[in-house]
Design a protein around this ligand. Structure first.
Ligand code: SAM
Length: 227
């Protein structure tokens, strides 16, 4: 069934600075993931060089986590999805400054990409601090939900990892409800307070830093694909 684009947050801020706009015009066409009209999207076909595997980050915000991961793993290809163009501009600036060759960007709704990715094609998916939508009537807008979790489990390779993080306790509960209903995902929490600890290679995000300053510590949930 076709997925309609549903972006509830902002796509444009008060206005991109002219230099950022120019950078996006010049660099985004070569970095952009183009969704196929028919059929599936082969992640390896997005990159100029052969890579050992692929990861996805959904809602990368300012791109600091994605750029750091891509720098640490030049052998992997990274797909980043973010509909907010100011965030896309920030990531493209980091790609340009660091000369990263292993990042591709979809400036759109992540669900449009999830539905065209082939089964078992990703080693890892990160969804870090997705928009919380705290009001009950808005919760259906949450990007982590039963449908997207089924898609994420489908596209993860056996042994692949799903990482979720949030500063909203109710969203953590909601994320657990959606993921524990998915038999292909196994929650990796061995100790009671494991979810308070960031994974060793986690890079603090802009949103996370703000939440911590405001007294909302992060909850980290890690799952492995068992299939
Ligand atoms: C609260 S921010 C967190 C950003 C970043 N991960 C961080 O931790 O700083 C959530 C991000 O998800 C993005 N987003 C919202 N809807 C989305 C969608 N349908 N697909 C992908 N990203 C989305 C927003 O534009 C925003 O940048």
């Amino acid at each position: 069934m076709p997925v309609r684009r549903q972006i509830w947050g902002r796509r444009q801020g008060p206005g991109l600075k002219p230099a950022r706009r120019k950078l996006l015009e010049e660099r985004l066409p070569a970095l952009r993931v183009v969704l196929p009209e028919h059929g599936m999207l082969d992640p390896s076909a997005q990159f100029a060089e052969p890579l050992r595997g692929f990861r996805l980050e959904i809602g990368f915000g300012g791109g600091e986590h994605l750029a750091a991961q891509a720098t640490a793993h030049p052998e992997l290809g990274f797909l980043g999805v973010e509909p907010f163009m100011d965030g896309v501009g920030k990531l493209v600036a980091q790609i340009d400054e660091s000369g990263l060759r292993n990042v591709r960007v979809l400036p759109d709704d992540a669900r449009l990409l999830l539905r065209v990715l082939p089964d078992s094609c990703l080693q890892r998916i990160d969804v870090l601090f997705p928009d919380p939508w705290p009001k009950a009537r808005h919760q259906k807008r949450r990007i982590v939900n039963r449908e997207t979790v089924v898609q994420m489990a489908r596209v993860l390779a056996p042994g692949g990892e799903l990482r979720l993080a949030t500063d909203i306790v109710d969203y953590a509960r909601w994320m657990l409800e959606a993921t524990l209903a998915e038999p292909r995902l196994v929650w990796q929490a061995e100790r009671a307070d494991e979810w308070r600890l960031a994974p060793a290679d986690h890079v603090r995000t802009r949103y996370q830093a703000k939440a911590e300053r405001e007294g909302r510590p992060a909850v980290f949930l890690r799952f492995l694909a068992d299939k």
